[in-house]
Design a protein. Structure first.
Length: 58
């Protein structure tokens, strides 16, 4: 596990207003979905559900 003082998030994707990144936790990865002033912290199983949800949007 890396030192938290040297933490560098892995940015998956970002636009001018939104970002998705992940961090390595003791129990695995945690995904972070930044939506303006709100950040959702999502475990891997929930992340897969969110991805499926967005892919189903026409």
């Amino acid at each position: 596990m890396e030192n938290r003082d040297e933490f560098e998030p892995e940015v998956i994707s970002e636009t001018e207003n939104f970002a998705v990144w992940r961090s390595e936790e003791d129990s695995g990865y945690m995904y972070h979905l930044e939506l303006g002033g709100i950040t959702l912290h999502i475990n891997p199983e929930e992340w897969q559900e969110v991805v499926t949800l967005f892919k189903s949007v026409p």
